[in-house]
Structure formats: structure tokens, C-alpha cells
Design a protein around this ligand. Sequence first.
Ligand SMILES: *Cc1c(COP(=O)(O)O)cnc(C)c1O
Length: 429
Amino acid sequence: MSVSTGSTADQLALNGGVPAVRGMLPPMYPGGMRIGVEEEAAVLEVLRSKRLFRYYGPEEGDSKVGLLEDAVSAKFGVRHTLAVSSGCAALACALAALGVGPGDEVIVPAYTWIASAAAVLMVGAVPVIAEVDDALTLDATDAEERITSRTVALVPVHMRGAPCNMDALLGLAARRGLRVLEDSAQAVGASYRGRRLGTLGDLGAFSLQFNKILTSGEGGLLTTDDSMLYERALMFHDVAAIKRDDLVVPETFIGTTCRMSELQGAVALAQLGKLDGILADMRAKFASIRHQVSELAEAKGIVWRRQWDEAGDACIALIAYLSDAAQAGEVARALTAEGLAARVLFDPDEVDLHIAYHWAPLGSGRGWSARTPWDQDSDRAGLDLASCPRTYELLGRAIHVDVSPELTAEEVDQVSLAFQKVFATLPDP
Ligand SMILES: *Cc1c(COP(=O)(O)O)cnc(C)c1O
């Protein structure tokens, strides 16, 4: 295709030109858009068996949830997988497994879905935010500065499908005696130096909510190599787990109920079979767009989000930094006019719960009861929302575009053309 480096401002769709993207691009539900006969058959099988609960039913036989757990363990190369009701539940089970509770602090990045912080509160501990680096993932150097005598764990979040700097974070955790819970909710199947995300720290947590790479509508997964952590998570996720006769953990406790149903397990198992294809498609489309746009982007001084492991990135989104928030806003508007839903990742005036700046109730230390974890052996009055200016500055000049695995070759070229048209109108650095 022709590279429109000669493009001028009046050719932009924003100024009345022909939009680069002709039709509607596919919505960004990677697994959701691939729901097909496999999921239908699996759900029908469960319904016909009348066994909707993982632990028993009128028919004997394998539980779909159990089969899902075994399949995830095999695919990701991890000893134990526990399927639960949501990603938030997986995080809470993992924290409970680690023994995190009142009086403890857990470091989460200021850019993550709010559930990463909410899960810490669920177990009665205090979340502390730290800055992200230019990969938009937890910055190890900044996280270290936030460690206090109460800090027990780090929650690196593999945001928008891309791995954190796990060498630095695992090194920090080892040096300071902290546990690591990888929030891999947005990065199912992605990896870091050949190892699947969620299997590098003490525990991993995944989401199967509809917006994620694989989906069962709602659902979550927890992974760990540690049998004791697994059994503790099992007890937290099933209030009746202490009745089991196969537990070896020396201390039992009563947890909650956030089990996965057989219907969700059936869908998730069918989705797992599609993971390789979804990842391969997103990666190929991401690479093609980057290839078509990179030279021009570089000439204009545009910097792509850092990738700590290029090959491991799930490639669900293209993220690029512009020189400032004003330019990012203009570029996002121009791209959107070209038919490409582009957005700036942070706007102080628009509430987006992926950014700590907008977590107002946590900022004032408010919870669901008059007493909160901040009242419990804590010197903090709430989450210090103003303490991560670098994160807000980076997100404020970052533009974000989804990379759907469903993009056709034609759409990939149209998306690339949209970037070319808009970038070409920017001043040289
Ligand atoms: C979606 C998400 C979660 C929570 O998952 P749910 O299934 O919605 O509870 C946690 N962390 C991150 C980073 C997420 O994107």
C-alpha cells in the first residue's frame, strides 16, 4: 500500500477528508467474538447432564471446572490452578493464601483496574500505590521507595497484555522479603522470557470477564506452584473446603464462597482451546501495523510504549506517547475521525477507574463500614492519590488503540493508513 507521507491537514477526516477506515472495526472482545460451536456444545453438555455445580450432581464424571484447571496448569506450566468466580476473587484468594490481612500493606500500581486495590481491601489490608514505568507497568525503583515495615507483597499488573519488568520486581521482592502476586487479568497467555505471566511470582491471578482475552462472561483463575498456597486459596474460595479429606495444609480456616460454576467452566475450557489462535492473530496484526507506521512515527518523535519482552506481549493494544497531553488529545481526535477508536489514557476530567487519580472513595479512606483497614494498625488516612504524578503524566500523553484479532488484512492496512495520515501532519521534532 502507498505510504501517505505527503498527507496534509486538509486530507484528514477531521477536516472533511475521506476517513481511512471505511467500515466499523470489530469490537474488542477477543475471546468473546470467537464464541462458537465449541462453547455451545460444551454448555449444552453441562445442561443435559444437569450437573451445574463443580463438586456434585446427579451424574458422575469429570467436572468441567476441574478439567479447565488441569488444562490451564498443563498449558501454562504451573503445578496448581484454581478456577474462581472473577478476577477480583482470584486476587483476594491469592492475598488470603499469602496470609495478607489487617495491619499489612500491599503495593499496587497507580495504573490498573481498581479491582487490584479493592482485593487488598477485601482481605482487610491497606493498598499503597506506586508509579508505573514507560511500559505502563509497576516501576520497581518507585515501588521500593514505598516499602514500609508493614509491606508484605507486591502486585505487578501486566497492563494491556504486556509483561512488567519481572527481573527487577522479582529481584526487589527477594531482596526485601516480599511476596509477589501477578495480576495477569489483562494478559492471559502472554509471557516473559518464555514463561507464562502469572507463573513467575508466588501466585498469578487472571480474569475471564467479558472484556478480557478469554472469557466465560465472568470468571477468574489463580495459579501457583506452591501446594500450601494452593490449599489456602482453595479454602478461601470454598467455605466448605475444610470438609475435604485430601487437604495436607496443617492449619485450616473458614473462607468465603467464590466458586466457579460448571457452565462457566465449560465455556472457559472451550475458550482455552482458542488462546493460541487469538494470540497469534493479535500479534500478527499488531506487528503489521507497527511495521507500516514505525518509520514515520520515529521521524515525528513518537515513542511506543516500552516492551519488557516484545515476544511475550499479547499485543492487545498499540500505545504511543506524544509530546504532551494537548498533542495526544489532538491525535486521538484525528484518529477517531479516521474511523479508529483512539483515546488518551488519562483525562483528569473523565472518570476512568483504571487510574488511581479517580479512585475517590479510596483517597478519603472510605469503605463499606465505619471502620476500614486504614483504621487498623495503619498510619495512613487513605490512598494517597496525588502520590503518582509520573503515572498521570505518562498516561495523559499516551494514545491507545485496540488491536482486535478479528481485523482483516484490509482493516489492518486501513488502520495503518489512519496512523500515517494523522502522524504525517505532526510537526517534526
Ligand atoms: C479485569 C481486571 C481485574 C478484575 O477482574 P474481574 O474478573 O473483573 O473481577 C483485575 N485486575 C485487572 C488489571 C483487570 O483488568
